[in-house]
Write a protein that binds this ligand. Structure first.
Ligand code: URA
Length: 198
């Protein structure tokens, strides 16, 4: 896709990514799910990859994990519309089981193949802080494996000077049994609270 003069950077990148085939995932996914939010958002949230609902709708974090994220943001008084929300990998990776498409964790090569898109979003938006939701996002953002359970709640500054908060992916909370969820929810909110301006 050629750049049109005057077209906003993120809009151009979205168009460029629409037919990306740098890894095999684009072939099986419905569409590229690009990030969404204000072009100069102060905060950026990065997830792993679109899920089934996101793949079908073309929007990030609109399925069950997204609803949980929305509830957390509301509880913290953060407006999702003011945040740039995206994923480390822009295509849904899944395994077909009967009629269901089951999420599959992206491979390291797929994360790497996609990382220039995430980096281009960060460069365009230049948020004051980024939250890595889960291990895939943390690895993509920091360029090293991250043990989320050990490092969660901590900040790591990237080479470009942007601080990254490490925390859980909302799907990790969805997988918990009811009796464990209350405590895990409170701990997750404590992590995310660190994104609030002081
Ligand atoms: N999980 C993610 O990591 N991203 C989404 O957009 C949806 C679910």
């Amino acid at each position: 896709m050629t750049a049109a003069p005057g077209r906003p950077k993120l809009q151009q990148l979205r168009l460029d990514a629409a037919d990306c085939r740098k890894c095999p995932l684009g072939e099986r996914a419905t569409q590229t799910v690009w990030g969404e939010g204000p072009p100069k958002a102060p905060l950026m949230l990065v997830g792993e990859q679109p899920g089934d609902k996101e793949d079908l709708s073309g929007h990030p974090f609109v399925g069950p994990a997204g609803r949980l994220l929305d509830t957390a943001l509301q509880e913290l008084g953060l407006d999702r519309q003011a945040i740039y929300v995206t994923n480390a990998v822009k295509h849904f990776k899944y395994e077909q089981r009967g009629k269901r498409r089951m999420h599959k964790t992206p491979a390291q090569q797929e994360i790497e193949a996609c990382s220039h898109w995430l980096e281009s979003e960060i460069e365009a938006v230049r948020p004051r802080a980024v939250a890595a939701l889960g291990a895939t996002a943390a690895r993509a953002l920091l360029g090293r494996p991250v043990a989320v359970t050990r490092e969660r709640g901590g900040w790591v500054t990237r080479e470009d000077g942007i601080p990254v908060l490490i925390t859980l992916h909302p799907s990790a909370l969805l997988r918990l049994h009811d009796e464990d969820r209350t405590e895990a929810w409170a701990a997750w909110l404590d992590d995310l609270r660190r994104l609030l301006p002081r």
